[in-house]
Design a protein around this ligand. Structure first.
Ligand code: XBP
Ligand code: MG
Length: 255
């Protein structure tokens, strides 16, 4: 077994709880601005999360929930791209306003890993600017450079659950899956990371808690802190009660 060298972090749902009160709200602001009478409720958005990627999610909504609505079929790509551009604007505004914090334990874990010399990467479906704004707002502008690779958005054509984005990040870092651990929050994310042959730790959230994580090695409700222990949903964390480097080494070695 090779040594654990790198940690590959998903963003949405994993580093921050972005979907319900972040992305969803920004989509609705864009619809409102464009005079479109869609309201993506918390429940409906949960159904739309089966599709990763914001533009793809808009198209999925049109194709599955808008039969008979006046959206010119040939222009659907352009329509979704334009609407998504405004959604990103509103989302970045929320990040800049500090409305979206990191999840419990994320900052500590990233800083501990960095101090111990682990290599770090971001592996996400979301738009690249969403990542840099989140990092800047929560960890400071310099934190963007803590991540050797930020693999995001349309950089690979096939988004999660395809393994391509993880493979892209590992290629860029000249690492194999045996060198890395992945962190995810959703079934689509785990299908992507496990599809890339990566051991994966899952931190669930409100939208994903009931999903199928059979490919993951450990499923917990949060990274946690020493005084805020996680709850284990699947797997074995030995003596550890929050996600720390000792636990990651243990998971990597398969103990
Ligand atoms: C995240 C997503 C993203 C965001 C929206 O999936 O699906 O699409 O919801 O981002 P994952 P954009 O956490 O599995 O990477 O609107 O910028 O596409
Ligand atoms: Mg995610």
């Amino acid at each position: 077994m090779s040594k654990l060298k790198a940690l590959l972090f998903d963003v949405d749902g994993t580093l921050a709880d972005t979907e319900r009160d972040g992305h969803r709200v920004a989509f609705n602001k864009a619809f409102q601005e464009a005079g479109i009478d869609w309201d993506w409720t918390v429940e409906h958005y949960g159904a739309l999360l089966t599709v990763t990627g914001g533009k793809e999610r808009i198209r999925y909504h049109v194709e599955n929930y808008c039969q008979g609505d006046a959206i010119p079929e040939g222009d659907l790509m352009q329509f979704s791209a334009d609407l998504h551009k405004r959604k990103t604007y509103f989302y970045l505004e929320m990040l800049q306003n500090g409305e979206i914090p990191l999840r419990v334990g994320a900052e500590r874990l990233i800083k501990e890993a960095r101090a111990a010399g682990y290599r770090l990467a971001i592996v996400t479906t979301t738009t690249p600017a969403n990542v840099s704004y989140l990092l800047t707002a929560t960890l400071g502008k310099e934190s963007i450079d803590w991540f050797e690779v930020i693999a995001a958005g349309d950089i690979v054509p096939a988004k999660k659950p395809a393994p391509d984005i993880y493979q892209y990040a590992m290629n860029k870092m000249n690492l194999t899956s045996a060198d890395c651990l992945a962190f995810e929050d959703s079934d689509n994310g785990v299908r992507s990371s496990v599809g890339a042959d990566l051991k994966t730790l899952v931190t669930i959230n409100g939208y994903t808690h009931a999903q199928d994580f059979s490919g993951a090695i450990l499923v917990v409700d949060q990274f946690g802190e020493s005084d805020q222990p996680f709850t284990i949903l699947k797997g074995n964390a030995g003596d550890e009660n929050y996600v720390n480097l000792a636990l990651l080494e243990q998971l990597h070695q398969g103990i």
